[in-house]
Ligand binder design. Structure first.
Ligand code: HEM
Ligand code: HEM
Length: 181
């Protein structure tokens, strides 16, 4: 069953979705690039990683507020219940990771006793007491949750393309805002 023509995410939700998708994917590649290189020539990657990650955290707060104020359009009524549950669960997992990744990155640097510099002069306060054990745990958590985020993104994108290209049920256009005949 198709969506009704009014069944779209709000403009704010769509702008936030695509802006944050680009930012999060950039962060995943910057993160991998950062840890794969020991050269000082790649220091700029870590200088971008921190402020961009904190920007994602701020936008996640705005996005959650938009989401709670404007419920998303309902999924097609003929979608099998298991797929509905999978859609809901994966969306909340993506939300959880949008908060967890930057907070764990920030907590990891705090636990390691490193200053969290967003620019030459802007320093964030620590959010975790200095502890080598916590630093190691958080560092692992940051890396493994990044893998989980990437896998969830792949499943999410595949589902979106399945809706858009195979089922053609209006779910993809509810987020792109583009209606193809
Ligand atoms: C959505 C937000 C974020 C994403 C998707 C992300 C992703 C990543 C990824 C993929 C890595 C490489 C992990 C590995 O393979 O070992 C990484 C490393 C790192 N991230 Fe993030 N990150 C985010 C936010 C942050 C924030 C806000 C900070 C700090 C304020 C931060 C600090 C770091 C540091 C210091 C490393 C290097 C860790 C190491 O040396 O092993 N990240 N991040
Ligand atoms: C890292 C990248 C991405 C993240 C974190 C992400 C996150 C989300 C979240 C949390 C939702 C739930 C609605 C909301 O409250 O905003 C959503 C919906 C949606 N996303 Fe993404 N998304 C990403 C990339 C993509 C891509 C690449 C596509 C398309 C190919 C896509 C297509 C959609 C569609 C069609 C919906 C609506 C689904 C529905 O109503 O059930 N997303 N996305």
């Amino acid at each position: 069953m198709n969506y009704s023509s009014s069944a779209q995410f709000t403009l704010a939700a769509r702008v936030l979705h695509w802006l944050m998708a680009a930012m999060i994917l950039t962060m995943l590649f910057i993160g991998v690039g950062m840890v794969a290189s020991v050269s000082e020539r790649h220091d700029w990657l870590i200088r971008i990683h921190k402020p961009l990650g904190i920007a994602i955290l701020i936008l996640a707060v705005v996005r959650l507020a938009v989401r709670l104020r404007h419920p998303p359009p309902p999924l097609p009524v003929d979608l099998p219940p298991l797929q509905k549950v999978a859609a809901l669960a994966s969306h909340w997992l993506l939300y959880a990771l949008m908060f967890a990744m930057p907070l764990i990155g920030w907590a990891m640097l705090s636990a390691g006793g490193y200053p969290v510099m967003l620019s030459e002069s802007l320093r964030l306060p620590p959010i975790f007491p200095v502890s080598p054990v916590a630093f190691a745990v958080l560092r692992h958590a940051h890396a493994w949750l990044a893998v989980l985020l990437f896998l969830t993104f792949l499943a999410h994108m595949s589902a979106a393309l399945y809706h858009g290209l195979i089922r053609r049920d209006g779910v993809l256009s509810s987020m792109t805002g583009i209606r193809l005949r």
